[in-house]
Design a protein around this ligand. Structure first.
Ligand SMILES: *Cc1c(COP(=O)(O)O)cnc(C)c1O
Length: 465
């Protein structure tokens, strides 16, 4: 399988090359040159497979030619061995034909573990094979950093540097990163906000001359194709559990950077009969405005109870636009050029196609809290604020009651105790057993000024020989 850039001006890459890079040199994002599809008979034959077996079947065409079957099976087995639940992605019922897909059973309690546990093992595999060492550098507002650190902490050939805004991530989130004391893990608390962190990382990717000889940077944010690929699997897993492919399925997805729901779109194109795909946003609703009224314009960032969805612009939407514009790289270059002014307008045919695939809905903090309370009152099941947004969007926009509605639970409620408290829950949600001592563990991190030289010097000085 080859991978091409959404902006049409970068050379096609192999799977291995695409995993070991960031943005394409033309500024675009990599997507598979052709999308594999599965027949109804093929999908039906997967009923009853374990998560790992299914993962192998769904992802195999994407890695074809790059990793042997036996090795890929081993990588998948290792990636999901850290999950606390044998089902890996269990389903829980919360109302008639309404299901929660618990994607928070991984080591950091958010769905990002699905992609980053796999990515860590993929990187480890390629780097060992090539006898190569790389530097992972990333910015986080919370969940990505800890999931990336958990994914890379055991990789000898990686040094990982994660920047978070000093004093601006929750204590659970900070401790999940800073209590990992592995010798290849470096946490930088930057004196600035998330955008400042991201700008430092972007600038470093743009000019990597500060790195020691022979090292390169690898991206672990959702521009990395392998992250999207890993997320396709659980759509098939939930679908098969609820009767697909003989019965259609609907999904509601709490959305920020559009990585998770883009994987759902791909699952549909690959053959899973998805009747409805709901983009659920908080009040940072650029995607909801785009789908509902063709208003794709940047608004001021709002801080909400669902911080992992607090974004102004969804970077993975470019992958979607590429398909909506018939894979015309020059059209995407033009759109992105227009968007520099702060807004873009989709052409009519692209908008109507987007509306065939997606329903969208935006949820305020107040309604998010009401939903947490309501679901708890009726089921004693506690939602985290991100998941609550998906459930609310599903309940408001659902087209057919006879089709199972799967709401993706993107985080464990114990990660966001403040929101749960505000929703009027008397007791804080309890951290899972393996994290009980999180608040007692030693932390290690370095506070740095908002100064690119200081950050790059720190990285260069700490990269292991
Ligand atoms: C990252 C994240 C999201 C948003 O996912 P995208 O792929 O960026 O759309 C939603 N919920 C939680 C808990 C997250 O960590």
């Amino acid at each position: 399988m080859k991978y091409i850039s959404t902006r049409g001006l970068a050379p096609a890459l192999s799977f291995e090359e695409v995993v070991l890079t960031g943005l394409a040199p033309d500024g675009g994002l990599y997507v598979p040159e052709t999308l594999p599809t599965f027949s109804t008979e093929e999908i039906a034959a997967w009923a009853g497979l374990s998560y790992q077996e299914l993962a192998f079947n769904v992802m195999k065409p994407f890695v074809a030619g790059a990793i042997s079957d036996a090795e890929f099976k081993k990588i998948i087995a290792n990636a999901y061995s850290t999950f606390r639940h044998d089902a890996i992605a269990p389903l829980v019922q919360t109302a008639h034909n309404e299901w929660i897909l618990e994607l928070f059973q991984g080591p950091t309690l958010a769905f990002k573990d699905f992609a980053l546990q796999l990515l860590g093992h993929l990187l480890d595999h390629f780097l060992k094979k090539n006898n190569q060492k790389v530097v992972v550098m990333g910015a986080t507002s919370g969940d990505t950093g800890s999931a990336a650190i958990e994914g890379c902490r055991r990789c000898d050939n990686i040094d990982i540097f994660i920047l978070h805004p000093n004093n601006r991530v929750s204590e659970v989130q900070r401790r999940q990163m800073t209590t990992v004391l592995a010798p290849n893990v470096f946490n930088i608390a930057l004196e600035g906000n998330f955008d400042d962190c991201q700008n430092m990382v972007k600038a470093s990717f743009g000019d990597q001359s500060f790195l020691p000889e022979g090292r390169q940077l690898v991206a672990v944010n959702s521009i990395n194709w392998a992250r999207i690929m890993a997320q396709i699997v659980y759509y098939f897993y939930a679908g098969l559990a609820l009767g697909a492919p003989h019965r259609p399925i609907a999904f509601s997805v709490p959305t920020g950077n559009f990585g998770d729901i883009f994987a759902g779109y791909l699952a549909k194109r690959m053959g899973l009969p998805i009747d409805q795909l709901i983009i659920a946003t908080n009040c940072n609703d650029i995607l909801h405005r785009c789908i509902s009224s063709n208003d794709h314009s940047k608004y001021q960032l709002q801080h909400t109870l669902s911080p992992s969805m607090d974004i102004m612009v969804s970077s993975n939407f470019e992958r979607m636009l590429f398909d909506l514009y018939d894979r015309d790289g020059s059209a995407i270059r033009q759109l992105m050029e227009d968007f520099k002014s702060g807004s873009m307008t989709l052409k009519e045919s692209a908008l109507s196609r987007a509306r065939e695939f997606f329903t969208s809905y935006g949820v305020s903090d107040e309604v998010t809290m009401n939903t947490i309370r309501d679901v708890f009152e009726h089921t004693e099941y506690l939602l985290d604020p991100h998941t609550a947004i998906g459930v609310e969007a599903a309940r408001k926009t659902r087209r057919r009651q006879d089709i199972p509605m799967v709401c993706l639970a993107t985080a464990h409620p114990a990660k966001f105790p403040e929101a749960v408290r505000q929703a009027g829950q008397a007791e804080d949600p309890v951290l899972p057993h393996h994290m009980k001592d999180l608040f007692k563990r030693d932390e290690r991190y370095t506070v740095l000024a908002q100064d690119i030289k200081a950050v790059q010097q720190f990285v260069a000085a700490n990269v292991r020989k």
